[in-house]
Design a binder for this molecule. Structure first.
Ligand SMILES: Cc1cc2nc3c(=O)[nH]c(=O)nc-3n(C[C@H](O)[C@H](O)[C@H](O)COP(=O)(O)OP(=O)(O)OC[C@H]3O[C@@H](n4cnc5c(N)ncnc54)[C@H](O)[C@@H]3O)c2cc1C
Length: 403
């Protein structure tokens, strides 16, 4: 047992860490195997429950999940399970060769090679389905490869998932965007079921004057290829989520004087608090209660904001007139939230809910028979571990649908 943290674990019968985990990782069982030095068994347990455990143990907000719910944390220091999980799952991932069942004659198309595509590809191929994976990029990973910067997540994990998918016989078709040319209807005709895991890639606009200037960039586009952009000396990032944090940390690393402006307080920031702290440590400056109202040629006009209680007692934020402040910058990176792009459905549009997301049954099947959805495409911009959990639901739905 290399990590002595495991010796402190109480192996709780009703473990709060497992209950709080979106994929319900059986922490006590894994800790026990780890103590007995059965790393391979522990790794298999993790992988079979969550093929992405080698990634989620690094990018999850542990304080929200396992760490924040450890019973030892009530009076003292909680178990850092994610460290042990990383040791176990990393060793397993880089040496495993998952087995494939006899082909069952059913064909499934998966659109999107991010966490959904990886999880579903592995799960379905292991069960004997003939899987074809389509993606408009040219490698496995989705946001893991083209969003989260390498200083937070090494791309070797994506390469390893690509190896496993290859070994399982998953056919991968790159640079293929499913829209009006390669259509969903075509995929439906060619396959017994289709799973859409195309993420939430559409950046919300700020809706302010001057937003169409060339100095304004979508943070998601920037993160996909940071070296392809010359941001100038001073960069302003708008937003308080994971995308904003990764964008500001990438910009500051490339030598820019980087500032994050956010319309609420730090506590309201949806980003993982660990990332906000690390961004500060990297030298990013934060300005809260500031909303952009206009982009000029080399500057942005901000107004102050304040919190107030609405008639239902909810805390809201409003912009204060007469508080204009002009702040110079060379580039404005916008990370004001992401939403889904329905163009993947082409002319075959399913029923949508009031928020514009596909309505699904308990197995994540849309109103189009045989078409399933998972990950950010159904949840909105969320997290890797939640994408894995919703993919497990969709895989169970596909299995049930195909008998
Ligand atoms: C910058 C950034 C940082 C993040 N940081 C964290 C973090 O620290 N921790 C965490 O848990 N979560 C984080 N997230 C969220 C997490 O990455 C997502 O929740 C997760 O990747 C969702 O997985 P997915 O498979 O649904 O979608 P994605 O990862 O977005 O993958 C979708 C794939 O589908 C492809 N695609 C899209 N449309 C089409 C089409 N029409 N045809 C073919 N292919 C298509 C895309 O190119 C992409 O490869 C972050 C997200 C971003 C953007």
């Amino acid at each position: 047992m290399r990590n002595q943290e495991a010796a402190r674990c109480l192996l709780c019968r009703n473990a709060r860490c497992s209950a709080a985990c979106p994929v319900h990782t059986d922490v006590p069982a894994c800790q026990k195997l780890y103590r007995e030095n059965k790393l391979n068994e522990a790794g298999k347990l993790l992988f079979d429950n969550n093929p992405l455990s080698a990634v989620t143990c690094q990018v999850c907000d542990w304080r929200r999940y396992c760490l924040g719910h450890c019973v030892l944390g009530i009076k003292g220091s909680p178990i850092r399970w994610y460290e042990i999980e990383q040791e176990i799952s990393e060793q397993y991932l880089f040496s495993c060769h998952p087995e494939k069942a006899e082909p069952n004659g059913k064909r499934v198309a998966i659109v999107g090679a991010g966490p959904v595509g990886i999880t579903a590809g592995i799960r379905l191929a292991e069960k004997g389905y003939t899987v074809t994976l389509y993606d408009d990029n040219d490698q496995v990973g989705g946001v893991l490869r083209y969003g989260i910067p390498p200083f937070r997540l090494d791309k070797k994990y994506c390469d390893e998932y690509e190896r496993i998918l290859n070994e399982l016989g998953v056919r991968m078709i790159w640079n293929s965007k499913v829209d009006q040319y390669l259509t969903l209807s075509h995929l439906i005709l060619q396959h017994d079921a289709v799973l859409l895991g195309v993420g939430a890639t559409k950046q919300n606009a700020l809706g302010i004057t001057g937003e169409d200037r060339s100095s304004v960039l979508e943070a998601i586009a920037y993160l996909k290829n940071p070296s392809g952009y010359d941001l100038g000396k001073k960069v302003i990032v708008i937003g308080g989520g994971n995308v904003a944090m990764d964008a500001c940390r990438t910009a500051v690393r490339s030598g820019c004087d980087t500032h994050v402006y956010y319309r609420k307080t730090y506590e309201n920031m949806p980003a993982n608090p660990r990332e906000v702290e690390e961004a500060r440590d990297d030298g990013v400056m934060f300005h809260d209660f500031k909303a952009p109202v206009e982009v000029k040629e080399h500057s942005v006009i901000f107004r102050d904001c304040e919190n107030y209680q609405d008639e239902n007692g909810r805390t809201k934020t409003r912009i204060l007139d007469g508080t204009d402040e002009e702040v110079e910058c060379d580039t404005l990176l916008v990370a004001a939230g992401e939403t889904i792009d329905l163009s993947v459905f082409g002319k075959t549009m399913p029923q949508l809910n009031e928020y514009g997301y596909p309505i699904v049954n308990e197995g994540n099947m849309t109103s189009i028979r045989g078409v399933f959805v998972a990950g950010d495409f159904i949840l909105g911009a969320k997290t890797v571990v939640e994408a894995v959990e919703s993919t497990k639901t969709a895989v169970a739905g596909i299995e049930q649908y195909l008998g």
